[in-house]
Write a protein that binds this ligand. Structure first.
Ligand code: CA
Length: 521
C-alpha cells in the first residue's frame, strides 16, 4: 500500500513537474504607443525629453537604431502587427478600411498554442478584436480624459487620464490572469496622438525652456514641390482650438486647414467636447495652466514667423507632456513585473505604430516615406537571451513583430507571414544573413487627411528611392549619408543614374517577393 502511494506520488510529482516545465515559455508584454517618434525617446536622442522607463528597456535589452514601418499610418500599422503581412495582403490599406478579423493573426496562433491573450487600449480597426481571451479597448480614436472603454459586453466611461486608465486595465489583466498559462498582453496607448492633451499634473513641464527648432523647420520643399510641397500638415495650419488649446474668443475666425475639411468645420466643436468631457476638478487644473499662458499669448499679439514658432513650441511641448505619462506608465508595468517575480521570464517590447514629425520640414503628422515618419522606435528586453545595452543597426520593420513574438513563444511562423523573426540579431546568435533593403507603400490619397500622395519605394542603408503616383508620376532619390534630412532630390542627377537603375531593379524584386505587383493607379 505504502509503495503504491509512493509510486502514485512520484507519478503525480513528475506530471506536475512536466506541466510546470511547459509553463516556462516566456510571457510577452507588447507596449505600443500611437505616433511616438524616435526623436522623442532619450535612448534615441536626448534633444527633447528624458524617458527613463523606455530607456530602461533599451539599457537592459536591445535598441534597434534602424527600425521602420511599411505604411506609416495608424490602422494599417496595427494590421501589419497582427498579421505579419503587407497592407495589400491584410487588406487594410488606409484608415477607412475595416480589419477582417477572420484572417490569421499572431494572437490567434498564441491562443491555439495555449497562451492567454489580452489587449488593453487603442484598437482602431473598426471590427471587434479577435484572438484575445480578454479585450478592453478605446472606442474609435479614444479620448484623453475619461475615455469610453469597450469590451465584449458593451461600453462604459472610465474616469481618469487615458494613459493611466489603459495601464490600470493592463495591470488588472495581469492580476486576474490564469496563472497556469503563459500570457501575451498588448498594451496600446492612445498618446501621443493628436490633439496632444497632457495630464494636468504634467502641464508645467517644459514651461521654462525654448525647444530647439529642427534644422529643416523652414524647408521650402525645393525639388519636392509636387510631393512634400503639396502636403497639408504644416504646423502653420494647425487649429487654434483643438491643437493649440485656446478659447473661443481666440479661434472664432479660425483659418487653419489642419489636414481635413470635415475636421476643419468641426474642429472647434470637437475641441469643446474634449474640454467639456473633463471632470470639474480636471478642468480647474487645466484652466489654471492654460488661462495664464493663453493670456500671455493674446498680450504678445504675434504674427508671421513669431506666431509659427509659438505654435511649434506649444505643439511639441504638449506632445512631450503626453509622452511623460506614457513613460511613467511603462515604469508602472516594469515595476509590476519586478514586484511579482515576472521580470526574468517576460519579454518586454516598446514601439509605436509609426514615427512623427516634430517640426521637421515644418510639419506634424506622418504618412510619408521620409525618415521621421517611416522610422519607429523599437526596444526589446528579454533577460538571458538579449545582452544588456545591445544596439542593432540592421534594417527591421513592423512586419517583423509578429514573427518575433511567435518565435519567443516557440510557435511556428506561418509561411505566408512576410517578416523575419529578430532573434538572430541579438545575443550570442547574431547572424549576418539579413535583408539589405525595405519596401514601403502608402495609400491614403486622394481621400483622407493631409493630402499626402500615394507612394511606394525602397530604402537601403544608404539610399531611398520613392515613386509618387496616382495624380502625379514623380520619382525622388535621396542619399541618406550625404543628406540625412532628405532635402536634395537626386533622381535627375547625371552621376546617380547607375544607382537609380539598381534601386529600380531592387524595387521590382521586392514587389515581386511581397506580391505587390498589381498597383492600382
Ligand atoms: Ca499612429
Amino acid at each position: 500500500m505504502r509503495i503504491a502511494i509512493y509510486s502514485f506520488s512520484f507519478v503525480l510529482f513528475t506530471l506536475i513537474h512536466c506541466l510546470i516545465a511547459q509553463d516556462q515559455r516566456p510571457n510577452i508584454i507588447f507596449i505600443m504607443s500611437d505616433d511616438h517618434a524616435q526623436q522623442a525617446i532619450s535612448a534615441y536622442s536626448d534633444q527633447l525629453i528624458k524617458t527613463p522607463n523606455i530607456d530602461r528597456i533599451a539599457n537592459e535589452g536591445i535598441r534597434f537604431a534602424n527600425s521602420f514601418v511599411t505604411n506609416s499610418i495608424c490602422a494599417p500599422s496595427r494590421a501589419v502587427l497582427l498579421t505579419g503581412k503587407y497592407s495589400h495582403l491584410n487588406r487594410l490599406r488606409d484608415n477607412r478600411d475595416t480589419f477582417d478579423g477572420s484572417q490569421m493573426t499572431f494572437p490567434k496562433l498564441l491562443q491555439e498554442a495555449g497562451y492567454q491573450t489580452a489587449i488593453a487600449g487603442k484598437w482602431h480597426l473598426k471590427s471587434d478584436p479577435t484572438g484575445f481571451d480578454e479585450w478592453r479597448v478605446l472606442r474609435g480614436q479614444g479620448q484623453y480624459y475619461n475615455p469610453t472603454i469597450r469590451d465584449s459586453t458593451g461600453e462604459k466611461q472610465v474616469i481618469g487620464y487615458v494613459s493611466d486608465v489603459i495601464t490600470d486595465l493592463a495591470l488588472d489583466a495581469l492580476e486576474n490572469r490564469d496563472r497556469e498559462k503563459p500570457f501575451c498582453l498588448l498594451v496600446h496607448h492612445k498618446a501621443p496622438h493628436r490633439n496632444w492633451m497632457p495630464d494636468t499634473k504634467h502641464l508645467k513641464e517644459f514651461s521654462d525652456i525654448n525647444l530647439p527648432l529642427p534644422a529643416t523647420f523652414y524647408d521650402n520643399y525645393s525639388g519636392r514641390e509636387s510631393t512634400a510641397g503639396t502636403a497639408d500638415m504644416r504646423i502653420d495650419d494647425m487649429y487654434l482650438s483643438a491643437d493649440m488649446k485656446l478659447q473661443p474668443e481666440d479661434y472664432d475666425s479660425e483659418t487653419g486647414t489642419g489636414g481635413h475639411l470635415e475636421w476643419a468645420k468641426n474642429a472647434p466643436g470637437n475641441w469643446e467636447n474634449s474640454y467639456q468631457r473633463m471632470t470639474e476638478e480636471q478642468r480647474t487644473a487645466w484652466d489654471a495652466h492654460y488661462d495664464e499662458v493663453n493670456e500671455a499669448f493674446r498680450a504678445a499679439n504675434l504674427s508671421g514667423k513669431a506666431l509659427l514658432e509659438w505654435k511649434y513650441q506649444r505643439y511639441v511641448k504638449d506632445y512631450l507632456r503626453c509622452i511623460r505619462s506614457v513613460d511613467d506608465n511603462v515604469g508602472r508595468l516594469l515595476q509590476y513585473l519586478d514586484e511579482n517575480g515576472l521580470a526574468d521570464n517576460t519579454v518586454v517590447i516598446y514601439t509605436s505604430d509609426q514615427g512623427f514629425y516634430l517640426g521637421e520640414h515644418g510639419w506634424y503628422d506622418k504618412r510619408f516615406m521620409y525618415e521621421e515618419s517611416m522610422r519607429t522606435p523599437l526596444v526589446v528586453r528579454m533577460p538571458g537571451q538579449i545582452h544588456p545595452g545591445e544596439v542593432s543597426q540592421r534594417l527591421v520593420s513592423n512586419l517583423d513583430w509578429a514573427p518575433t513574438i511567435l518565435n519567443f513563444a516557440g510557435v511556428a511562423i506561418p509561411d505566408d507571414m512576410q517578416g523575419q523573426a529578430l532573434q538572430s540579431l541579438w545575443g550570442d546568435s547574431k547572424s549576418v544573413d539579413w535583408r539589405s533593403s525595405l519596401y514601403y507603400h502608402y495609400y491614403e490619397y486622394p481621400h483622407g487627411w493631409h493630402t499626402v500622395k500615394r507612394h511606394y519605394g525602397v530604402r537601403t542603408d544608404r539610399y531611398k528611392l520613392i515613386h509618387f503616383y496616382h495624380d502625379v508620376d514623380t520619382w525622388e532619390l535621396f542619399d541618406l549619408q550625404a543628406d540625412p534630412a532628405e532635402l536634395k532630390n537626386l533622381y535627375n542627377s547625371a552621376e546617380h543614374q547607375e544607382i537609380v537603375k539598381e534601386l529600380k531593379d531592387e524595387l521590382k524584386r521586392l514587389q515581386a517577393q511581397f506580391g505587390d505587383t498589381n498597383i492600382e493607379i
